[in-house]
Design a protein around this ligand. Structure first.
Ligand SMILES: Cc1cc2nc3c(=O)[nH]c(=O)nc-3n(C[C@H](O)[C@H](O)[C@H](O)COP(=O)(O)O)c2cc1C
Length: 216
């Protein structure tokens, strides 16, 4: 028997959104709160339970501005050629929102960069699965912990076009991989809607690839 409030936990899990336009750019996020959330996130599973993850909180305004510049430089051409993604209104809104964030990335209250030791770009699928699977669950836990404290964040990877430059700026060794970059800020406005997704029965096969639970 579980003692969790299912309504609350499901709401947290289903309404934790990537926040861009509703970040409060004028209110700083205390480092202690970020550390508290990293503490929560560090409980996420890791292959063989080996702790090889690191986090970096960026608070220095000049450094944030410099990283924001790299982010925009890589994001702008990518998002401008993204008419291909604008199949529907929802996708169009995501691209607009992503561009908005790109243009204001240099102003975010803080950035958090989760990292892991080693490079895996040349590794096989088994090693990559174990490696990324040991760091990415913690990123989502971090976003959930932030959200339950009224702080929004957005999972981004577009700075990685300049991973080496950002790494040099932050003194990150070449042997370490940055897995994403999260701008963080208190969110403005009311709550969030449940993210629309296809129903589980339509995306889940039973026993073998092909027949979904909805077909049975
Ligand atoms: C691996 C990954 C990379 C992402 N990279 C970016 C990014 O570079 N910039 C950005 O604005 N959003 C990025 N996103 C956010 C997605 O665009 C977002 O999940 C999508 O818009 C759905 O939003 P929602 O979860 O709030 O419904 C990324 C998300 C993931 C999981």
């Amino acid at each position: 028997m579980s003692d969790f409030d299912l309504e609350q936990t499901d709401r947290l899990l289903q309404t934790t959104k990537q926040v861009r336009k509703r970040l409060d750019f004028d209110r700083s996020v205390p480092r202690e709160v970020l550390l508290e959330c990293i503490d929560v996130a560090s409980r996420a599973p890791m292959g063989s339970n080996v702790e090889r993850n690191k986090w970096l909180i960026v608070e220095d305004r000049d450094t944030i501005a410099a990283i924001g510049g790299y982010y925009l430089e890589n994001a702008r051409p990518y998002l401008n050629q993204s008419d291909a993604f604008r199949d529907d209104d929802r996708q169009s809104r995501v691209v607009d929102s992503a561009m908005y964030l790109a243009e204001r990335m240099h102003e975010v209250p803080a950035m958090v960069i989760p990292m892991r030791y080693d490079r895996v770009e040349d590794a096989g699928v088994e090693h990559q699965a174990g490696w990324y699977g040991s760091v990415l669950p913690g990123v989502w836990s971090f976003q959930l912990a932030l959200r339950s404290r009224g702080i929004g964040s957005c999972w981004t990877t577009l700075h990685l076009g300049f991973e080496a430059e950002v790494g040099a700026l932050l003194g990150i060794p070449d042997s370490v991989t940055q897995v994403c970059l999260l701008p963080v800020g208190y969110y403005t406005g009311e709550g969030f809607f449940v993210t629309p997704r296809r129903p589980a029965a339509e995306i889940t096969f039973v026993d073998r690839w092909g027949a979904t639970a909805a077909d049975l």
